[in-house]
Ligand binder design. Structure first.
Ligand SMILES: [Zn+2]
Length: 434
């Protein structure tokens, strides 16, 4: 199945590249709009959802887009990217307003709008080069399915070209997943700041490269999508947060995005059929689905072709998290969790500290909260006075495998093969920095 799928995408991609570059000099020198229009026509002619604008294929080598052998396999023992970049002035932003502060798990959408947001985490921990499940991305591209990718800053640096391909693709919304997948409940000070700001820098620098090469999609940076000037969404590594971490993320102008439907794909023992059944069974309008595309989303690439057609048949349309937020009212929780409050506390183990460790383990909650304004002085001046909801200190427990990405199954289903259209804004949600 994987081979067939990849083969189909490969041929489509080849067609796109051939049509997109024929008769031109250096592809990045030519007007991108003309290429884009031609590509869009080709995509539509191929039956791909009309809402999908092909990525600027001409800006990348012909064989660089589809998955390659070895892409999905993580490599251990490489510390080259453990530290984030220090220099780069971040794009302007404003702290998240009070009513959106907290962990957003799903979105209440107007009745009849069967919108769902697929999200894929590309986590990368210190001392490793994580994988790239290109088969997932290839499938999404071939089917014209929008998705939000929560990408580690370290992953962006260690997968420089892949990161730029994804940023340049208007099908995808790129979001912050920390620098090196550290548990934000267990760090403070510079370590916490690195985890939040590092990916912002990596994204903005990669985007600058694309801009310099005229490889950003049309409309980039004009609003929230595609390829906005800065990332506006954050997902906590391990799904773990506390009030101090939520404050730090929100004060940095990032909405904290959790999920209400976990595929459980970090578990190798779960097969594609089980994942697909979970997704189809648990999906509901406004759901945010979490899966992984870093070589540790076991069987997800094979599960998508099983689940997506069923979701479409049930009338679902696939949108990015940003689009989902704009279509309804976000459900904001005072704490992060996977299935139920407290179930991510098992990741609070000192081994999860990696870089920026505090020898005594997690900082005291009060100390961590006090440090927030010290860490983010600009936020102290601009942060809203109130908070959406009070945070209850979760109980802390130990776990035997703290490095494993948070996950546990859930999902649902229904579909409809309709082109993905930008949902009308509910008027309730506005991007905080606009
Ligand atoms: Zn992760």
């Amino acid at each position: 199945m994987s081979t067939l799928r990849n083969g189909r995408f490969a041929s489509r991609a080849a067609a796109l590249r051939t049509r997109g570059t024929r008769g031109r000099g250096h592809p990045c020198q030519a007007g991108f709009s003309a290429r884009f229009s031609a590509l869009a026509l080709v995509v539509m002619a191929m039956g791909v959802a009309p809402g999908y604008a092909a990525p600027p294929q001409a800006c990348f080598a012909p064989d660089s887009l589809p998955v390659r052998a070895g892409d999905p396999s993580p490599v251990k023992g490489n510390h080259a990217f453990d530290r984030s970049d220090a220099a780069h002035t971040l794009a302007p932003f404003a702290p998240v307003p009070t009513h959106l502060r907290g962990a957003i798990r799903r979105v209440e959408v107007p009745k009849g709008q069967k919108l769902i947001a697929l999200t894929f985490d590309l986590c990368e921990q210190p001392g490793e080069i994580a994988g790239y499940d290109g088969a997932i991305i290839d499938y999404l591209r071939a089917e014209g399915i929008k998705a939000t990718l929560f990408v580690g800053g370290k992953w962006m640096k260690s997968h420089d070209e892949r990161a730029r391909q994804l940023i340049a693709d208007p099908l995808f919304e790129i979001a912050n997943h920390g620098w090196a997948h550290r548990n934000l409940r267990l760090i403070a000070g510079d370590a916490l700041r690195q985890e939040i700001e590092g990916p912002q820098r990596a994204y903005e620098m990669a985007r600058s490269k694309l801009a310099a090469a005229q490889c950003l999609p049309p409309g980039a940076g004009s609003s929230s999508r595609p390829a906005p000037a800065r990332m506006g969404l954050f997902r906590f590594p391990y799904g773990a947060c506390n009030q101090a971490a939520l404050d730090a993320v929100n004060d940095a102008g990032l909405l904290a995005i959790q999920w209400d439907l976990s595929t459980g794909d970090p578990s190798p023992s779960q097969g594609a059929q089980a994942i697909a059944e979970t997704i189809v069974r648990q999906a509901r309008p406004g759901s945010i689905v979490i899966a992984h595309a870093n070589g540790r989303g076991f069987h997800t690439a094979a599960a998508l072709p099983l689940a997506i057609p069923k979701l479409r048949a049930a009338g679902y349309r696939f949108v990015t998290v940003g689009e989902l937020l704009a279509a309804g009212r976000p459900v904001v929780e005072p704490r992060c969790y996977d299935s139920r409050p407290g179930d991510t506390d098992r990741y609070d183990h000192p081994l999860g500290l990696a870089v920026g460790k505090r020898p005594g383990g997690a900082p005291a909650r009060s100390a961590a909260a006090a440090e927030t304004t010290e860490i983010l002085p600009w936020a102290a001046a601009a942060a809203p006075a109130g908070r959406a909801q009070p945070q209850q200190p979760p109980p802390r427990r130990r776990v035997t495998d703290p490095q494993r990405p948070a996950a546990s199954p859930q999902a649902a289903a229904q579909p409809q093969p309709e082109p993905v259209k930008q949902p009308a804004s509910s008027g309730w949600f506005k991007w905080p920095w606009q």
